[in-house]
Design a protein around this ligand. Structure first.
Ligand code: ADP
Ligand code: MG
Length: 317
């Protein structure tokens, strides 16, 4: 099987009909129609074998993960994900691996009504790069740069489980059921596309928590020219951290990456209407602190003691 029949056999079937795809896989470039009065948003994430996943991971899971982390970037911009392109570098032509990979890609793209519109296939160390394209009504895009002093900081879910999964990967003293739950958090992140419309209605800034809350909130602060004070008691910690990581639960929740929840800011006067709107949709987000004029991150503990937080999270270099 050569490169061209590989594309035809494995990837062409993922290019399913979408009215807005004028040309998909098979030409020199894909051609899509961006809906009237919408902006196009573009983002890219690479997963490298041995860095973002282990080579023995199931190819289905690797494919799902690469879609989910990209969709999460769209959710953080309050953009609806539409299309992806795939740059795939393969060490060998392994049909079994490719079949699983394509199935994972298909199932996860289908979840969001997305389609694969093109890509590039090369030979080399295993690496997967997805470029994702999404749209948002003009004027509704939410960047990292809009947080204002006084805004309330929220996160969209309990933190730390994916980082705990990495820490406990080799640990035998953990129940099988908990292990399954933790690995699911790590392998199958659920990007918060369910929050897109609420962000559009209320948020001043947003980011997805891929590198850890403190590092990612710091990105909002730097981009917005503000600082933040968090309330230690209110940081939602995944229950399994209380069970297996009691001493440093908050620390892991603040610095552990891979949660793919959203951190966002809303003006204080909008907080109650946001919470009402979320409640009516059976959703919950957690207020964890407030944006301040003074740069940097601070934490207030149960005894009203304040201390500086050093933003810490994943960095490749
Ligand atoms: P070119 O030589 O013009 O770069 P390629 O042979 O790389 O074309 O690709 C042929 C077609 O197959 C293009 O439409 C490209 O977008 C698509 N394609 C190649 N690899 C992939 C892939 N891994 N996933 C999806 N589409 C792909
Ligand atoms: Mg090419």
């Amino acid at each position: 099987m050569d490169e061209f029949s590989l594309i035809e056999h494995f990837f062409k079937p993922l290019d399913y009909e979408r009215d807005d795809v004028l040309l998909g896989i098979g030409d020199d470039a894909a051609c899509v129609r961006v809906p009237h009065k919408m902006n196009l948003l573009v983002s890219m994430d690479t997963l490298v074998s041995g860095v973002h996943f282990l080579p023995h991971w199931n190819a289905y899971d690797i494919a799902c993960r690469s879609v989910m982390v990209n969709v999460s970037d769209m959710a953080a911009m309050a953009a609806n994900p539409s299309w992806v392109t795939l740059a795939l570098t393969l060490p060998e032509l392994n049909r079994q691996w490719l079949t699983l990979f394509v199935q994972g890609l298909k199932d996860s793209l289908n979840q969001f009504d997305m389609t694969l519109i093109g890509g590039d296939t090369t030979h080399g160390p295993l690496s997967i790069t997805l470029t994702i394209f999404g749209t948002a009504p003009i004027g509704t895009t939410i960047s990292r740069g809009g947080a204002k002093p006084g805004d309330i900081i929220l996160v969209s879910g309990e933190l730390g489980a994916a980082a705990l999964a990495v820490k406990l990967l080799e640990n035998q003293n953990i129940s099988e059921q908990d292990k399954v739950e933790l690995m699911d958090k790590l392998l199958h992140p659920k990007p918060r596309v369910d929050l897109i419309e609420f962000l559009r209605g209320h948020a001043t800034a947003a980011i997805d928590i891929s590198d850890g809350l403190s590092a990612d909130l710091n990105h909002i602060c730097v981009a917005s020219g503000v600082g933040a004070c968090l309330n230690k008691e209110t940081i939602p910690i995944h229950p399994l951290l209380d069970k297996y990581w009691t001493d440093n639960a908050v620390d892991l929740a603040l610095t552990g990456g891979d949660d793919y929840e959203l951190c966002f800011t809303v003006p204080e006067y909008r907080l109650s209407s946001l919470i009402n709107d979320l409640n009516s949709a059976d959703l919950r987000c957690y207020p964890i602190g407030v944006v301040e004029e003074r740069a940097g991150l601070r934490m207030k503990d149960a005894n009203n003691h304040y201390y500086e937080l050093t933003p810490k999270g994943y960095s490749h270099f």
